[in-house]
Design a protein around this ligand. Structure first.
Ligand code: FE2
Length: 178
């Protein structure tokens, strides 16, 4: 289940309803899918064949289509990142810069962990959302954020897009970000 850390105060928010209420107030969609639908060998595997990626999409086909229908997403895929990923350090450096997109950034965590750092309202400032298996988040269009790995340094995530070109980032320079 997701956890929040507010960077200015170091306050942590735990528990499904508390996390959900906080994210809703910040305009961030959060939901949780039943990860036990996924075959157990895929719940802890970070080097995936195309067939295994397809198996993940097939397993969550109902959930993906429901979310896509609600929010207008048109295409989806599976991304896997771990220390076995070629150029992982370069990729993380690219990811770990505050940026925006002209569409929502949607991730459903299938295995491992990931963390979104998001710019909230003026009162809240930047906050971290720590995500685990089954957590689903949509960072709204034009909201400054970035994504990176957590201590386990491995994640498998389903991504949903509106733009068929996929992930296009616009750098956002913010003196308030620390
Ligand atoms: Fe992004």
């Amino acid at each position: 289940m997701a956890e929040i850390r507010i960077r200015n105060t170091n306050e942590r928010i735990q528990g499904d309803s508390e996390v959900g209420a906080f994210l809703t107030a910040q305009g961030v969609l959060y939901e949780h899918w039943n990860i036990n639908k996924l075959e157990s060998n895929l719940q802890n595997k970070f080097l995936l064949s195309d067939e295994e990626k397809q198996q993940i999409l097939t397993t969550f086909d109902d959930e993906i289509r429901d979310l896509a229908k609600r929010n207008g997403y048109l295409v989806w895929d599976v991304v896997a990142l771990s220390d076995a990923t070629p150029n992982i350090e370069e990729l993380l450096k690219k990811f770990e810069q505050v940026h925006t997109h002209t569409e929502d950034e949607v991730r459903a965590i299938a295995a491992g962990h990931g963390i979104f750092i998001i710019k909230g309202s003026d009162e809240v400032g930047y906050f971290d959302v720590e995500l685990g298996p089954g957590d689903v988040i949509s960072v709204p269009v034009n909201t400054p954020h970035f994504f990176t790995l957590m201590e386990d340094r491995q994640v498998v995530a389903i991504r949903l897009f509106i733009e068929t070109e996929g992930w296009i980032a616009h750098p956002y320079s913010d003196p308030q970000f620390a």
